[in-house]
Design a protein. Structure first.
Ligand code: MRU
Length: 351
């Protein structure tokens, strides 16, 4: 991994246990949760112990490996039945993150063909570790491709957390920021707090602070003020799913930032591995948007702030149309319009 002050491991194997840092309690507490079953992993994905599309993909792969180890099936057909059930359970946890389905496909390549159960178990665990390592390598490649896009002393706005915590390590959008910072320590980052789950305030601010990258935290509704004052030179965000035409699903509020960026002539960049690109959906209208529990909106952390019984909407993601996106950066390079062609090219030979 590149020189980094980042010391927290988002997710890793410790023997036959999958260990995750609990992102619900960061940055005030640093707690780790040990998982020995796929059901526990599914629960941790659903409840946001681990979140961020690439990290969800890694957790899914490890969850499937745990399912293989949990199963005491002695023949291929029984193992296959156990694994299909686990795959369905994991698939139902979070619908927008494409990396989840991608990781299931990767694991199915191993257990989808008849084989000796012991060998399948070993290979699935090995592959889940490879997926973690490949994810870090992809993030670092994105950082290298994207860094030259930013002017000296760039003031960069980011939304949500697309950092080491949201990936195997290093980060997509935050990985780009890390790479820009290594070339030019004079950059400054505006961090949207990202209501309702506060991934920006709790996680991005924390990661940047740990690395000594100059940053300031703003509430989501302050972004327009800073665009209008000419204090933002570029935006970089991650993504949960990118459609074939370049429409980008990301954390709720990203679309608003993209409109502000377009209005003010500021480039809006998206950094995501090709495992986030879903060529199976033609455009953003076909991306499923997760609706999350109402308490995330009515409460700030555990404190109720809205009237009891109030009606609430809580879509977790929105879609930024490709027209608002200056470039999509994957591990394969910097992709621009027409995205239908450039993304298809980026995905060639990847799945
Ligand atoms: O609901 P979350 O926290 O899982 O949403 C995460 C995001 O929207 C991230 O921006 C996205 O997954 C990219 S993470 C590298």
């Amino acid at each position: 991994m590149a020189e980094s002050n980042y010391r927290i491991k988002t997710i890793e194997w410790q023997g036959d246990e999958v260990v995750m840092i609990d992102q619900r309690v960061l940055p005030l507490e640093e707690e780790y949760i040990h998982h020995t079953t796929w059901q526990e992993v599914a629960d941790s994905i659903r409840t946001m112990v681990i979140r961020g599309a690439p990290a969800i993909g890694v957790a899914t792969a490890m969850g499937m490996a745990l399912a293989a180890m949990q199963s005491n099936a002695e023949d291929y057909q029984s193992l296959r039945a156990d694994l299909d059930a686990a795959a369905q359970g994991l698939f139902e946890t979070r619908p927008t993150a494409y990396n989840l389905g991608w990781a299931l496909d990767q694991m199915k390549k191993i257990y989808g063909e008849p084989g000796e159960p012991g060998e399948i178990r070993a290979r699935m665990k090995e592959r889940s570790q490879e997926i973690l390592e490949e994810d870090i390598a992809m993030c670092m490649a994105m950082g290298e491709h994207a860094a030259p896009l930013f002017p000296e002393g760039a003031r960069i706005l980011t939304h949500c957390n697309a950092g080491a915590l949201a990936t195997g390590g290093y980060g997509t959008a935050l990985g780009v920021i890390r790479s820009v910072f290594r070339r030019d320590p004079s950059i400054h980052v505006y961090v949207d707090e990202t209501r309702p789950f506060l991934q920006g305030a709790r996680l991005t601010a924390w990661e940047l602070q740990q690395e000594g990258i100059s940053c300031c935290l703003i509430t989501d509704n302050m972004a327009g003020y800073f665009f209008k004052k000419g204090e933002i030179d570029a935006v970089v965000v991650g993504s949960d799913r990118i459609a074939a035409n370049g429409d980008v699903a990301n954390k709720i509020g990203t679309y608003t930032v993209s409109v502000l960026a377009r209005e003010h002539g500021v480039p809006f960049y998206v950094a995501a591995p090709t495992s986030t690109v879903d060529l199976g959906v033609p455009d953003g209208d076909h991306i499923p948007i997760e609706e999350r529990p109402t308490e995330e909106v009515t409460c700030m952390m555990d404190t109720q702030v809205a009237p009891h019984g109030i009606a609430v909407c809580n879509p977790a993601f929105d879609v930024t149309p490709h027209e608002n996106v200056a470039a999509i950066i994957t591990e394969a390079g910097v992709h621009r319009e027409p995205y239908t062609e450039s993304l298809a090219e980026a995905k060639k030979g990847k799945d």
